[in-house]
Design a protein around this ligand. Structure first.
Ligand code: IMP
Length: 430
């Protein structure tokens, strides 16, 4: 399993892509088209928001699990885009139980953010939150509902009823007219029908046959609705435990959980970020790391690596391996700082991630300083190729977190990685 160990955008896409090659099924288990990553294959660029990038491997099964929320327009665009480039999409499976993002949910996401004003969350405005709200309220529309016009119409009516006051400013918007919506979404259902299936059963059958399933997490631990910096979070659970629910497997089926973290930290949207830098170093990270959102194009906030938050992510996910991405971005910085604890305004020091939001908001990062490196590490392929300071930095992190580093990213290219040790390479590079 691959999960984000920070605030999302850790570079999970590339890691998934590398591990997908050795997998028999790749399945997403939460989130929706708030996620996004770009894969370069044979000089061609592919952008994905919903479909696991594993689809680029001929014959590999890819699934969108029941825990994902799906905007069918976005999904169909991705399918059509792949077909146009002669990519076989017959291996794509879409859970019949996944929930559908309807147009009124996108409108409500936008309206909610506007209403919150200064208190806004900074969502991707893709309707993710309102879709999970309806799921919990049992007013959701599921993929299977798109296959039956009568049922779909009834469910849309039921879902719209309590939203009438909030949707009043959009009452004349044809996109949310009951008749138009029903017709449009039934059409999507028919187009998706060849892909709709029982993805939990597919997982079970794959595992029972002794094959490998790769669970692809979206967003990151600190954006988790239970374990993240609530309310500045997404509306799903990006942590490892959620894969069991969002894909439909038992916890004992999971052998390995890799947490992906950048060698520094970034965050998009609002919310606490104790190591944030608003200076030249932050700018170095922004520009060298091309820290602009794949989905919304927003500038990401940048800062030093936060080991308090990373230790927390290791704990709540039960990480068995750590992947450190974008180490190359730190090249050229004289000194590297890592946050080892938080100091509250009243003096208390926290080694563990504080559960109380006010503490987090009123704390500052306490740093340890390590030597930096200036060498270009883009050509390094083994740990011993790395400059001593870069390797020391990685080892410092592993020791502080108590989780072995499995893989390091040294550049954007697919081959710009270093596998760290036997246990890391045993399955992935065997
Ligand atoms: P939502 O998921 O669109 O509701 O947005 C909630 C919060 O999660 C906002 O701070 C978003 O910026 C953040 N977010 C959602 N998806 C991603 C992602 O894939 N990467 C990074 N941040 C994300």
């Amino acid at each position: 399993m691959i999960v984000g160990a920070q605030w999302g955008d850790e570079g999970k896409g590339k890691v998934t892509d590398l591990l997908a090659e050795r997998s028999d099924l790749v399945i997403r288990f939460q989130g929706g088209n708030n996620a996004g990553h770009t894969i370069v294959r044979d000089d061609e660029e592919y952008r994905f928001h919903l479909i696991p990038s594993g689809i680029l491997y001929p014959g590999l099964a890819c699934a969108i699990g029941n825990g994902v929320v799906i905007d069918p327009r976005v999904l169909l665009e991705e399918i059509e885009g792949l077909k146009r480039r002669d990519i076989d999409v017959s291996g794509l499976h879409v859970s019949a139980n996944a929930h559908v993002i309807m147009p009124y949910r996108v409108l409500l996401d936008q309206a909610g953010e506007t209403r919150l004003g200064k208190l806004r969350i900074g969502t991707t405005r893709r309707g993710i939150g309102p879709c999970y709200e309806d799921k919990a309220a049992r007013l959701g529309i599921r993929v299977q509902d798109l296959l039956d016009e009568k049922i779909l119409r009834k469910k849309i009516m039921a879902a719209l009823e309590p939203k009438r006051p909030a949707l009043r400013p959009h009452a004349k918007d044809p996109a949310i007219d009951l008749h138009t919506m029903t017709e449009e979404y039934v059409t999507y259902g028919h187009r998706l029908e060849p892909h709709i299936s029982d993805t939990a059963l597919l997982c079970w059958e794959t595992l029972r046959a002794g094959r490998n399933v790769l669970f692809e997490g979206a967003q990151g631990t600190l954006l988790d609705i239970d374990h993240g910096t609530y309310p500045f979070v997404t509306s799903s659970n990006p942590v490892a435990g959620a894969a069991c629910v969002g894909a439909g497997v038992g916890p004992k089926q999971i052998d390995e959980v890799y947490g992906v973290a950048k060698a520094y930290a970034t965050r998009v949207g609002e919310g606490p970020f104790p190591t944030e830098l608003n200076d030249e170093t932050g700018h170095h990270m922004l520009e060298r790391g091309h820290e602009y959102g794949t989905t919304t194009g927003r500038k990401r906030r940048c800062g030093w690596l936060d080991l308090v938050a990373l230790r927390y992510a290791a704990r709540v996910n039960g990480l068995t391996g750590l992947v450190i991405t974008k180490l190359d971005v730190l090249s050229g910085l004289d000194r590297l700082r890592v946050c080892t604890s938080y100091r509250h305004a009243e003096g208390a020091v926290f080694d563990d991630f504080p559960y109380h939001q006010s503490i987090l908001h009123n704390s500052e990062a306490v740093y340890e300083e390590l030597p930096g490196f200036t060498e270009d590490i883009g050509e390094c392929r083994t740990p011993s190729d790395l400059p001593a300071a870069a390797l020391d930095y990685v080892e410092f992190i592993a020791k502080a977190i108590g989780v072995p580093v499995t893989l390091i990213g040294t550049g954007p290219g697919r081959d710009q990685v270093i596998w760290m040790n036997e246990s890391g390479t045993s399955r992935a590079a065997a």
